[in-house]
Design a protein around this ligand. Structure first.
Ligand SMILES: Nc1ncnc2c1ncn2[C@@H]1O[C@H](COP(=O)(O)OP(=O)(O)O)[C@@H](O)[C@H]1O
Ligand SMILES: [Mg+2]
Length: 315
């Protein structure tokens, strides 16, 4: 499936042209808009249409019967966050075959949740994990190995072994981010990746596209990146975690003046959206704000040297 020459009409030269434009696998070709492939590779549009149609057939993106989907969803797994309360809010933990978004202001704990999940995902299923490696897309340079070391140590794990199972990609701009996401279709199965984190999803998009006139281009690119991530989670039965910032909503006079960045594109692409706020006594509040089947609950957790934990209730 990774050999592009399995596609009719793709010889070694054409395959290398596709690969060097980031279209590394049949699966990536199947999920990339044909226009985008044509632009990137300079190959004629009609030729691309044929490749894409064939790739989709190979990958099986045609109709799927509902009972097959049901079977697939039965394979869905959950990864614990380390906090029972937060897991319960999420319906038992972070879901595979889905994209979960953590939204909140600077310092609220989005990265801390991501780092905690990097450790949790490595645990065996009976300890709430997914028994696998992690791919971490770091767009802000906030991945701190020392913190992973600390959490692993507190949990009685071998910290260096834990660090050795996290694969980092430091991403410098939104084009780079898109390329890395495309590369994940190849990277994940090759490296036994069971969790994909993008922290933050939106940072580069926001800083690169400033004026109103660039907004639709930005949203298109963001949309494409998000849908690839979702497809990745579905294809390899893994959870995708993305973080998102909040921005002030000038039209809001009452209540919380902040809203998630990324507009409708972000809202529609993410399966579960969790809004984080600071609570009293250093605790954090998490609220599900948009989910196809999780109720809109709020819960409390805290960030400690052990990572993410429940708030202890005094008895
Ligand atoms: N080792 C630690 N022990 C306890 N709390 C920590 C530790 N490291 C970070 N934190 C908490 O996490 C917060 C930073 O969260 P972070 O995930 O970086 O925010 P965000 O990514 O949402 O901007 C800090 O303000 C602090 O409260
Ligand atoms: Mg952060």
């Amino acid at each position: 499936m990774d050999d592009l020459t399995t596609l009719e009409g793709v010889g070694p030269a054409m395959a290398s042209k596709l690969r060097s434009s980031g279209l590394t696998t049949v699966a990536v070709i199947a999920v990339t808009p044909p226009r985008e492939i044509a632009e990137k590779t300079g190959i004629g549009f009609n030729t691309i249409l044929k490749f894409v149609a064939e790739a989709r057939k190979l990958v099986g993106f045609e109709f799927i019967r509902a009972d097959e989907l049901w079977e697939k969803r039965k394979k869905m797994l959950k990864c614990s966050t380390g906090s029972e309360a937060l897991d319960e809010l999420l319906g038992g933990g972070i879901e595979t075959q889905a994209m979960t978004e953590f939204i909140g202001e600077y310092g609220v704990g989005k990265t801390q949740i991501c780092l905690m999940l990097c450790v949790m995902a490595q645990l065996p299923p009976d300890r709430g994990g997914l028994n696998g490696n992690v791919a971490f897309i770091d767009t802000e340079g906030t991945f701190i190995p020392e913190r992973i070391y600390q959490i692993a140590n507190e949990m009685g794990l071998d910290p260096e072994e834990t660090l050795g199972k996290i694969f980092l990609a430091r991403v410098y701009n939104s084009n780079h981010q898109l390329l890395i996401v495309e590369h994940l279709f190849k990277f994940c199965p090759e490296n036994d990746i069971k969790l994909v984190v993008v922290d933050s999803m939106i940072g580069h998009f926001k800083s690169e596209y400033l004026g109103r006139e660039t907004l639709s281009e930005r949203q298109q690119k963001l949309n494409s990146c998000l849908h690839k991530l979702l497809r990745l989670g579905e294809a390899y039965n893994l959870p995708v975690i993305v973080t998102n910032q909040v921005q002030a909503n000038p039209a809001q006079f009452f209540g919380d003046p902040n809203r998630p960045a990324g507009g409708h594109v972000m809202a529609h692409a993410c399966t579960h959206r969790v809004y984080l706020r600071k609570g009293s006594k250093g605790t954090r509040l998490a609220k599900v704000i948009d989910s196809p089947y999780l109720p809109e609950h709020t819960t409390r957790f805290r960030i400690t040297e052990k990572g993410i934990e429940d708030v202890l209730v005094a008895t």
